[in-house]
Structures are given as C-alpha cells and as structure tokens.
Write a protein that binds this ligand. Structure first.
Ligand code: C2E
Ligand code: CA
Ligand code: CA
Ligand code: CA
Length: 275
C-alpha cells in the first residue's frame, strides 16, 4: 500500500482490477454488438386459459457474440443499465418486437420488457409513440412490462411517465410481482392492466402451501380489480392445473413454449404459415 497525499492509502487489489477490466471489455463489446447487429429477440408465448390458445408473446433479448457465444440478458443487462447502453439496446428491442408483432394475428399482443433505467429517462414516452407510428402497430397490442424498480425514487415522476404511456393506448404490466417490498402499494397507486406473479411462487407450488395461498390471493385481487393475472414459469401439468383452478387468466412457461422464433403457425403472412 502506498500513502496518497491525504493520509489515506491506495491499495492495489488484483481481483478488483481484473473485475474492472472485464467489465470495461464487456462494455466495449456491447457497443460493438449494437453496430454489428449481434442482438436478437426470442419470443415466448402466453397461453390464455379461457380460450385455451396462445394469445401473445413476450420479447426476450439475446446477444449472439462472435467472441462470447450466446449471452443471456442476466449477464449483460445489469452493465448495460449502469453504462446507459440499455437505452439503445432497449429501443432496438422495442422496434424489433413491434415490427415482428405485425406478422401475428390481430388479437395477439406483444409484451416488451422495459428496464427501470430506460423507463426513468424522459425519452420513453416519445420513443414508444415514435415506434408505434413507424410500425403502425395498434397500441393496445403492445404491453410494456415494468418492475417495481421503476417506482424507486421519485414516485410522482414515475406515475406521470406511466400515465404518459397509458395515454398512448398501450398496456402496462407489472412483472415479477411479489418479489419486492411494497408490491401491493404499487397496485393501489397505479392502474396496471396486468400482473405477472413471479415464477418463484409457481416453482414452490408443490413444496409449500404458502405459495398456493399467495397465488390465490393475487389472482383474486386481480379479478376484483379487473386486472389480468398471469403466472410465469409454468413447467408441469400439475402447476398448470392448479393455476387453472385458481383462475389465473394467462400462463407462461416452458410447458407452453420456450423462448424461440415466432411459431410459424401464428404467423399470418406468407405461404409458409399454411398447413
Ligand atoms: P423476466 O422478464 O422475468 O423473463 C422471464 C425469464 O424466465 C426469461 O429468462 C425466460 O426465458 C425465463 N422462463 C420462462 N419460462 C420459464 C420456465 O418455465 N422455467 C424457467 N426456469 N424459466 C422460464 P431470460 O430470457 O433469460 O430473461 C431474464 C430476464 O432478463 C428477464 O426476466 C428480464 O428481466 C430481462 N430481459 C430479457 N429481455 C429483456 C429486454 O429486452 N429488456 C430488458 N430491459 N430486460 C430484459
Ligand atoms: Ca418480463
Ligand atoms: Ca418475470
Ligand atoms: Ca425477472
């Protein structure tokens, strides 16, 4: 350790140094990836319990890196958020998803995840407005998934942005419900169109009776408030039948389809969709 002018010490920690440069490299690679078109979107279907059909998709971003292989969002979104790159990546995903949604039947919706960082920038409302205008997608077919993170900080500001988005005619969905600290107060503060019960509750269905009680309560609250309830992470028939019995409106999970290309049977245009 070496004394620096003010009587404190600058300590060289090799691990920290390595971590910093790996992050710096990741940032450089992400910037490059935007230019090289290395990001792509996979779509995971929503199953509607009432109609027993697929009623929409959620867009999930991936990075096909020449150097790193396929990188999952958990591994690059946090740094993209810290560096502000999420603005550009998020805008690209939104435009791509809205464009791809045009190939789907009119009754199907397209859900897109918004990062709290992207959400808090004053640009999100004009961005969504522009992309809707550019693509011609009807606003009620677009669902924006946000998390409690958007409410941290200035709540008045957050509510005003949410209202700005709602005024465009899009739907707002509250993702990962139940994982934060004040989920219920947000439901009271803002009229969400949809609540997505976090997959941890579905995963625990067979193991604890608490999860069932919570899912029942949330689905009941949604139905009283006129909010669509969704459960995510449905992998087994047992989970499916329980969630159906609890009157969840829509379900999502590997049981109904993994993230992938839009299913050919759902794409209207072109002869490839026939048969
Ligand atoms: P999320 O929005 O909660 O998305 C659900 C995640 O669970 C997805 O992981 C999905 O592939 C996975 N999943 C779906 N069904 C099942 C299931 O039955 N079992 C299990 N074990 N997992 C299931 P993915 O695609 O790796 O995305 C992870 C997270 O990254 C997302 O969580 C979301 O927070 C974020 N993310 C993904 N795409 C975007 C994006 O375009 N923008 C932003 N801001 N975040 C994104
Ligand atoms: Ca989501
Ligand atoms: Ca989620
Ligand atoms: Ca999540």
């Amino acid at each position: 350790a070496k004394a620096n002018g003010r009587g404190s010490f600058a300590v060289y920690v090799p691990e920290l140094h390595e971590q910093l440069s790996e992050r710096r490299q990741l940032e450089i690679d992400m910037r490059q990836a935007l230019k090289a078109n290395e990001f792509f979107v996979l779509y995971q279907p929503f199953y509607c319990v009432k109609s027993q059909t697929i009623c929409g998709y959620e867009a999930l971003v991936r990075w096909r890196s020449a150097k790193r292989g396929i990188v999952s969002p958990a591994d690059f979104i946090p740094l993209a958020e810290e560096t502000g790159l999420i603005e550009e990546i998020g805008a690209w995903v939104l435009r791509q998803a809205c464009t791809d949604a045009l190939d789907l039947p009119d009754h199907m919706t397209m859900a897109v995840n918004l990062s709290p960082v992207q959400f808090k920038s004053r640009k999100i409302v004009p961005l969504v407005r522009t992309i809707l205008a550019e693509t011609g997608l009807s606003p009620q077919r677009l669902e924006l998934e946000i998390t409690e993170g958007v409410m941290i900080g200035d709540q008045v500001e957050a509510l005003s942005i949410l209202k700005g988005l709602k005024d465009l005619g899009v739907r707002i969905s509250l993702d990962d419900f139940g994982t934060g600290y004040s989920s219920f107060s947000y439901v009271r503060a803002f009229p969400f169109d949809k609540i997505k019960i976090d997959q941890s509750f579905v995963r625990d269905l067979g193991r604890t009776t608490d999860s069932l009680a919570i899912i029942r309560a949330v689905a009941g609250m949604c139905s009283s408030l006129g909010i669509t309830s969704t459960a995510e992470g449905v992998e087994t028939d047992d989970q499916f039948h329980i969630l159906e019995a609890e009157h969840c409106d829509t379900l999502q999970g590997y049981l109904f389809g993994r993230p992938g290309p839009l299913q050919a049977s759902d794409i209207q245009t072109g002869t490839a969709a026939q048969g």
